[in-house]
Design a protein around this ligand. Structure first.
Ligand SMILES: Cc1cc2nc3c(=O)[nH]c(=O)nc-3n(C[C@H](O)[C@H](O)[C@H](O)COP(=O)(O)O)c2cc1C
Length: 200
């Protein structure tokens, strides 16, 4: 069985982040053929286009981490009905310099937890617009809007509630299958390959 490298982003920098707990839970229930590496976002300065002329090592390392990933997973809170600034800043870094968008063709999944019933639905909707513009294929279904119940999760991501575990496991199984499908469809030589040297 092939192993797929998944780079994941936690959209919260808070020490007690429920989305970090969710990220641990998702990794625990994910199929064994997914191998996870966090791509940190908290060390990136605020992006502006002055950086493009001489892209700094911190930005290059961020882009290299994305390039080294077969798929990407975003686990994020919703801030003021949108994407938290730290995560949007990281996405802006990965999208530049112009012409080097790191997200193009990377299979992506978006998940999030909030204490309230909306479960980050509006943030996820905003993320879908951004990732569409960046040409990143997205897992459309199932969706995962998690209303975080502290009784259902241990701090290390163990899932104590069977229904929640089944739900998260199903999401990760579908995410894995989606990554495999996208990689197969964008492999060099495939009919959809836009490289004229390898397209058949
Ligand atoms: C600046 C800010 C804005 C927030 N806006 C929303 C929101 O729009 N929708 C929501 O469901 N929760 C909102 N919340 C509450 C967060 O869902 C809650 O703080 C959650 O624990 C944040 O995720 P984290 O624990 O992973 O950092 C907001 C919290 C902060 C600090």
């Amino acid at each position: 069985m092939a192993t797929y490298k998944i780079g994941y982003f936690v959209g919260s920098l808070a020490s007690g982040s429920i989305n970090r707990i969710l990220s641990k839970a998702l990794i625990k229930v994910a199929p064994e053929d997914l191998e996870f590496t966090e791509i940190p976002i908290g060390n990136l300065p605020l992006y502006n286009s002055d950086f493009d002329a001489d892209f700094p090592p911190v930005g290059l390392a961020f882009k290299e981490a994305i390039a080294a990933s077969d798929g990407l997973l975003f686990i994020s809170p919703e801030y003021n009905r949108s994407i938290p600034g730290a995560l949007k800043n990281a996405i802006d870094w990965g999208s530049r310099p112009w012409g080097t968008n790191s997200f193009a063709r990377k299979p992506t999944g978006i998940v999030g937890a909030s204490p309230g019933g909306i479960g980050t639905a509006v943030m996820q909707s905003s993320m879908r617009s951004v990732l569409s513009f960046l040409d990143a294929p997205q897992l459309n279904a199932p969706e995962a809007y998690v209303r975080f119940d502290p009784e259902a999760f241990g701090n290390d991501g163990e899932v104590k509630d069977p229904a929640t575990e089944t739900f998260l496991r199903h999401y990760m199984d579908e995410y894995c299958a989606f990554v495999q499908r996208v990689l197969a469809a964008t492999a060099p030589g495939h009919i959809g390959d836009s490289d004229p040297d390898t397209a058949k």
